[in-house]
Design a protein around this ligand. Structure first.
Ligand code: GDP
Length: 460
């Protein structure tokens, strides 16, 4: 998907609110004819005479036929999201009305928007840089406190500002060094190599820090990869269902909230935990016994957290010690979850408590002490690192560009060390500038843009 010049000048239209029945729906238009086209089907005030940021009541009519009573909000260029004329029509939320209004305006000359086209226009018109545009998509898709915070921070500028500033300084050096090329005979030095080295080292520190934040960013965006391990019948799926159902209950108690629950994703204290490979769990895969199998072991190693669950009424100390030993060798943080406390003997619970005082005793079946388990889980993932206002990179595209930036910055440093000729040094700097620019969108290609914006939904 790429846009021709004329397509960029079209007035586009799409439903901005979700499909389906709702109290109201918002239809959005953007483009130079947005107000004129709306005015043609609107009965009320003359919209073309109204000020920006005003709302008007009236009816939308197809000829004599009234389609709906609506509110029309006007945003006159450049004071709008896309920096074009934008109209938002709030209709009653029936899919019939929505279709009628959109069809009518398309007949008048608007064109259906492509996925992400509103945001793409905002980007092309300089509303924000590319990293911020991508954060809009992340914000829309954020489903936990931490992913919401990360996206919001990024949308408000995040690391873009810092990168832009350092990139500008580097551009200055690049042009100075290229200027020197014009004066080779005179042997002058416009750009101090010491200053250049300092700047590159500073940039490298920022880039390294951002690269380092990606693991955390990935966890924030996709959830803490968690494995639930235990023998068949230990209670793995009962526990998973209990946690998921309690989460659903909490959320549906909050009036007016709806949320899609993703099987195997559980929100604990604002952090998403993603349970790996739990699809087969219901048919019980024997994770602990299969630990010898390297594939299972690999999976457990990639987890950030393991819930080791065993049946108190059906496991002896020898077996528990053996399992715990194996888990300790794996080096992944794990929680010892003793299940079916309702069926356990007091002596055994006491003995276990002595040997492994950090054991969490629960009854998954009766949903008892699940809060203890949640507390323990949050303690192990070190919540503090999620709560810092620090910038985290959550986007794989940014990560790739940062890694390439680091490589080329290291080349620049090596070049300064080896006193390579100016033309080669300038080339390495240009390469660093290119990769840095890819992040914020100062360097873009049509393919890159198409790829990014096609991932948005229509209407965004
Ligand atoms: P999985 O094979 O590890 O997924 O184990 P399941 O979750 O399927 O549980 C195996 C059996 O143990 C089921 O019959 C559950 O109802 C039962 N069960 C699970 N948790 C408890 C519990 O806390 N107490 C008791 N008494 N039974 C439980």
């Amino acid at each position: 998907m790429s846009f021709s010049i004329s397509e960029k000048e079209d007035t586009i239209i799409a439903l901005a609110t979700p499909q389906g029945i709702g109290a109201i729906a918002v239809i959005r238009l953007s483009g130079k004819d947005a107000i004129r086209l709306t005015n043609e089907v609107f009965t009320g005030k003359n919209l073309e005479d109204q000020a920006s940021h005003t709302i008007h009541f009236g009816t939308i009519r197809d000829g004599e036929r009234v389609i709906d009573e609506v509110l029309v909000s006007l945003f006159i260029a450049p004071k709008s999201f896309t920096k074009e004329n934008v109209v938002e029509i709030s209709t009653h939320g029936s899919s019939y009305i929505i279709n009628q209004v959109i069809k009518l305006l398309i007949r008048k000359g608007a064109r259906p928007a492509k996925p992400g086209e509103f945001t793409q226009r905002a980007f092309l018109n300089g509303q924000f840089d590319l990293a911020q545009a991508e954060a809009v998509a992340d914000l829309i898709h954020s489903d936990s406190e931490t992913s919401h915070q990360a996206a919001l921070h990024q949308m408000r500028g995040g690391f873009s500002g810092e990168i832009k500033e350092l990139r500008n300084q580097l551009i200055h050096f690049a042009s100075m060094i290229e200027l020197e090329l014009d004066f080779v005979e005179e042997d002058v030095e416009f750009a101090s190599r010491d200053d250049l080295q300092q700047l590159v080292e500073k940039l490298l520190r920022v880039v390294e820090q951002l690269i380092g934040s990606f693991d955390l960013g990935n966890v924030i965006k996709n959830g803490v990869p968690t494995v639930i391990a235990g023998k068949p019948n230990a209670g793995k799926s009962t526990l998973l269902n209990a946690l998921l159902n309690e989460e659903k209950a909490i959320v549906s108690d909050i009036a007016g909230t709806t949320r899609d629950f993703i099987e195997d994703e559980i929100n604990i204290g604002g952090v998403i935990f993603r349970f790996i490979d739990t699809a087969g769990l219901r048919e019980t895969t024997d994770t602990i016994e299969a630990m010898g199998v390297s594939r299972t072991q690999e999976k457990m190693k990639t987890a950030s957290l393991i819930l080791y669950i065993f049946d108190l009424s059906d496991t002896d100390m020898v077996e528990i010690n053996r399992d715990i030993n194996k888990l300790e060798n794996l080096g992944v943080p794990f929680v010892k979850v003793a299940n079916k406390i309702d069926k356990a003997s007091n002596e055994f619970v006491e003995e276990l408590n002595k040997k492994h005082p950090d054991t969490i005793f629960i009854s998954a079946g009766q949903k008892e002490h699940l809060d203890d388990l949640r507390d323990k889980v949050l303690e192990l993932v070190n919540l503090d690192k999620f709560r810092t206002g620090n910038t985290v990179v959550t986007n794989i595209r940014h990560y790739d560009s940062l890694v390439k930036t680091r490589e080329s910055l290291l080349d620049v440093l090596e070049g300064i060390d080896n006193e390579i000729t100016n033309d080669f040094l300038a080339m390495d700097i240009r390469r660093s500038l290119h990769f840095l620019g890819e992040i914020t969108g100062e360097i873009t290609t049509d393919d890159l843009l198409a790829n990014i914006f096609s991932k948005f939904c229509i209407g965004k």
